[in-house]
Ligand binder design. Sequence first.
Ligand code: NAD
Length: 300
Amino acid sequence: MTAQVIDGRAVAQAVRIELRERTRRLRARGIVPGLAVLIVGDDPASAVYVRQKTRACEEVGVHAEVHAFPADVAQAVVVQRIRELNDDPRIHGMIVQLPLPAHLEIRPILESIAVAKDVDGFHLYNVGALVIGHGDSVFPPCTPYGVMRLLEHAGIAIEGQNAVVVGASNIVGKPMGLMLLQRGATVSICHIKTRDLAQFTVLADILVVAAGCPNLIRPDMVKPGAVVIDVGINRLPDGRVVGDVDFASVKDKAGFITPVPGGVGPMTVAMLIRNTVRAAERVAGSIEPDEVEEALSGEP
Ligand code: NAD
């Protein structure tokens, strides 16, 4: 069996076309959706991600502005800028590019973002809303939400399936598990302390891998016909970018698979813009349904 490759670039492009139209309608009413991106220090990978985000915003007609700070900036300076942006009516969404330098305390910084502008979905309120299935009041975190949209697009049933998430971070693994749970999957979340990872992954109908380990998932760890979603982004010493799944061999065993690059990554950026447009629609009092309607409400 050769897996069907889910083309994240194509799905993200379709989402951006939909968002461009929604942005056009907002602009016609005098509202230009605006995103502020705060970045601290000069981490090259972060700089690349910020450029990808601002460029994609411009393509859709969303205003994007970057607020850059030196690596040794004081916590109070960052928080003060966030407060100013909270009060700025041109800005509908705000994100802080992670990781931050070690001297900065991440939680107070994220909690100083107004809930209504927290388009990364990392504020405690939005995290809590996701846990209890508060559906539309929440900005779903972009990467796991992008995975959900990919699954929907590929027509993959989630209810009743065994889903295994490898990785338990606050920004990917945990919210990913919650979203799959809310859609009725039976979820296991594995992590670095999981004993015998393969014992879990072989049971997965849907396997989402977000560990940051090249070639962690090999064919013997995958159930035949499984849906394998690779969130990992790893830069090898030779400059190649690979995921966490050994794509070349696992694609002969899986039913569906996402490539790296060109799988989840483009969806993360598209979902950030989607959340920003939705934030602006909320201000405008006219939330438009997404083409693929999300179902993050309730309990299974
Ligand atoms: P993280 O380092 O915060 O968390 C990694 C998680 O994986 C942890 O829970 C850890 O316990 C687990 N883990 C690590 N090694 C493991 C192993 N050998 N076996 C089992 N579990 C293991 O990372 P993160 O921020 O969640 O990101 C994970 C990966 O996803 C990274 O490669 C990152 O670059 C990538 N990422 C991609 C996107 C995207 O848009 N595609 C977005 C965010 C992160």
